[in-house]
Design a binder for this molecule. Structure first.
Ligand code: AMP
Ligand code: MG
Length: 399
């Protein structure tokens, strides 16, 4: 049996980072990996700009100004944000302007309206200003020609903001891995199906599909297939040419309906491994068919979930090089006891908050579902731990 790390290594060696790119609308680009350097086409701000509502004037005209000795200037015009005042401000003159408006030629500072009599045809100024006080320089944010965001970054709202400031509507990104989800099991129902005795609803595709969406990589196929080796094999044949990774759940153990072994035989596929030394979900199977990696997880809900996180995510990291897929671990102090001896390397559902991690007290069995509602991390219990005691430091894997 492989260790988790050996399985991760085998899996990630079988895929290559995607280098194909495509253009997408900027507002569909969240979470995508940038495939171009973003270069400024003009300065930002594109013109000297007023940071406040007031009057543009020449700083030297305000020498000696105070409440008791105001300086009065002639108001020669008005400019709102979005417009341009075409004239030049000369000695003894001022232009009324609002926040965001371009500072007219000749003016070198802006006095805030609170430091004036608010003005009319003339304005009385109550404060001395130095030239370039209250003045946003053209290009003080960034300059034309500079690289603003480097290729390879993952687009988040902040980067999209920077790109939007250039007026760009499209952006070149790397193609996303095409992931297919197949759940098996004759007992498994589609969400819209009416419940019948002996049946359960499909939670595996709900979890993995939601996680893929959360990480901005929705599956290209998500379907349920009956426990029929030939049908599963046929579906893999059909979708493998247009997918980079196929994740299946169910049918990997040793029972009569554990059909994934039969699927490997029918396809004549190359098996990478079967069984990983982790609980839950140890019977994980992986194979390659026509160059496409197929990762077959246990059908047990927490087995599928834990192994999607521990084995599936590293594959997505290898395919994309994006940090968001990387497993993130940290040490945390366990807040309650887990009495059962580990009996091997085990993962439990936990809730991490402020460096403390809680077992949520719900049924932790691998077939149990409710504990997922309060799970934001996996708690690792190592074989040498006799269960885990409150106060012990444990390693957690963040979801
Ligand atoms: P299997 O790995 O196919 O032997 O399934 C193990 C357990 O997980 C059984 O109790 C199945 O009923 C259950 N199971 C299998 N697939 C799913 C699924 N997609 N959603 C929820 N439970 C499942
Ligand atoms: Mg099954």
């Amino acid at each position: 049996m492989l260790t988790m790390e050996e399985a991760q290594m085998l899996l990630t060696q079988k895929v290559e980072e995607i280098i194909q790119t495509e253009k997408v609308s900027l507002f569909d680009a969240l979470g995508r990996k940038l495939a171009e350097d973003i270069i400024a086409v003009r300065d930002q701000p594109p013109f000297p700009r007023s940071p406040l509502d007031g009057y543009a004037l020449r700083g030297e005209d305000t020498t000696g100004a105070s409440h008791d000795t105001p300086v009065t200037l002639k108001v020669i015009g008005k400019v709102y944000a979005g417009s341009v005042y075409e004239g030049t401000v000369k000695k003894g003159e001022a232009v009324r302007l609002m926040t965001g408006a371009p500072i007219p030629d000749g003016a070198d500072t802006v006095i805030r309206q609170e430091d004036t009599d608010l003005g009319g045809d003339t304005v009385s100024v109550y404060r001395e200003l130095r030239p370039y006080q209250n003045y946003c320089y053209q290009g003080e944010d960034y300059q034309a020609g500079s690289i603003l965001v480097k290729k390879g970054r993952t687009l988040h709202a902040g980067i999209i903001t920077v790109i939007a400031s250039l007026g760009k509507t499209e952006v070149e990104v790397f193609k996303r891995p095409r992931i297919a989800l197949l759940s098996t099991g004759d007992e498994v129902l589609l969400p819209e199906a009416e419940w019948k005795p002996g049946k359960i609803y499909d939670t595996n595709r709900a979890y993995i599909g939601s996680r893929l969406m959360e990480l901005q990589n929705p599956p290209v196929f998500s379907e349920h297939i009956s426990d029929e080796g030939s049908v599963v094999a046929e579906e893999i044949r059909r979708i493998a040419p247009v997918t980079d990774l196929i994740i299946t759940t169910g049918g990997v153990s040793v029972g009569e309906k554990d059909i994934m072994h039969e699927v490997v035989d029918i396809l004549g596929a190359k098996q990478l491994f079967w069984k990983v030394r982790v609980k839950p979900g140890s019977p994980t199977l992986a194979f390659i068919w026509e160059g496409t990696l197929v990762l077959c997880l246990s059908g047990n809900p927490f087995g599928a979930i834990a192994n999607f996180e521990l084995l599936g995510r590293p594959v997505l990291y290898a395919l994309t090089g994006q940090e968001k897929w990387k497993l993130r671990t940290q040490q945390a102090k366990l807040q309650n006891d887990f009495i059962k001896p580990a009996g091997g390397r085990r993962f439990l559902r936990g809730w991490l908050e402020d460096g403390k991690v809680y077992l949520n007290g719900k049924n932790q069995a691998s077939g149990a579902i409710l504990a997922m509602a309060d799970c934001n991390c996996l708690i690792e219990i190592t074989p040498d731990m006799a269960g885990a005691k409150a106060g012990e430091c444990v390693q957690v894997y963040m979801l």
